[in-house]
Design a protein around this ligand. Structure first.
Ligand SMILES: [Zn+2]
Ligand SMILES: [Zn+2]
Length: 205
């Protein structure tokens, strides 16, 4: 029973979120990319081991976390706790995303909820947003032209941040973070226009 159930769960996830995909090494993943990465890891485990029932959710969540955190560290070596949230909180949020994805992709649920349904629509609108690990998530970042009194400076962006000093974003990454936080429909890779300070890592080819 169990393998059959798991398989159909995956089909449901794929039909709603797209096929399993490894993490793109040139950008910080969105919520959708987190789910696709989870599907990818599950499918990989199944190919490698018929009895992949052993690949439990807890293992999946920590594998997803490791992959995502590695990318953040790559974008900037300062993207570690406390500038990003703790491993435990990241795992908790991945679990939440995974459970929600399963809930919303469930047949009975999607039948009840048409596209017009507000809750469903709101949910799908969050999918192409950054899976944001920054401890400072809500302080507004503005570009120089939006910032009164700056006609252009080297960091190209400003922030109104009330967070404790140790949690603040590196000022060199403000512009990058702002761009990563914009809606990123699948396939629309904006890394070329908005590189992190650590150019080497995020430039393709
Ligand atoms: Zn400025
Ligand atoms: Zn802040």
């Amino acid at each position: 029973m169990a393998p059959k159930t798991r398989c159909s769960v995956e089909l449901r996830l794929v039909s709603m979120f797209g096929p399993g995909k490894d993490l793109n090494q040139t950008e910080l993943p969105t919520i959708r990319q987190i789910i696709q990465y989870g599907i990818h890891l599950r499918q990989k485990a199944q190919i490698e081991d018929e009895s992949s029932r052993k690949y439990l959710n807890n293992q999946l969540f920590s594998d997803i976390r490791d992959g995502v955190v590695k990318l953040w560290n790559k974008a900037n070596y300062k993207f570690v706790t406390p500038i990003i949230i703790s491993d435990q909180r990241i795992t908790e949020r991945i679990e939440l995303i995974w459970n929600k994805a399963n809930q919303y992709s469930h047949n009975s649920y999607s039948k009840k909820l048409s596209d017009k349904n507000k809750k469903y629509k709101e949910y799908t609108e969050t999918l192409d947003l950054l899976f944001d690990l920054a401890a400072c998530r809500d302080c507004p970042i503005q570009l120089c032209e939006e910032w009164e009194g700056c006609s252009g400076c080297t960091q190209e962006a400003h922030i109104t941040c009330n967070c404790p000093k140790q949690k603040r974003l590196p000022s060199i990454e403000l512009k990058f973070m702002r761009s990563m936080r914009q809606q990123r429909p699948p396939g629309n890779n904006i890394f070329k226009m908005f590189k992190s300070a650590n150019n080497i890592v995020f430039v393709k080819g």
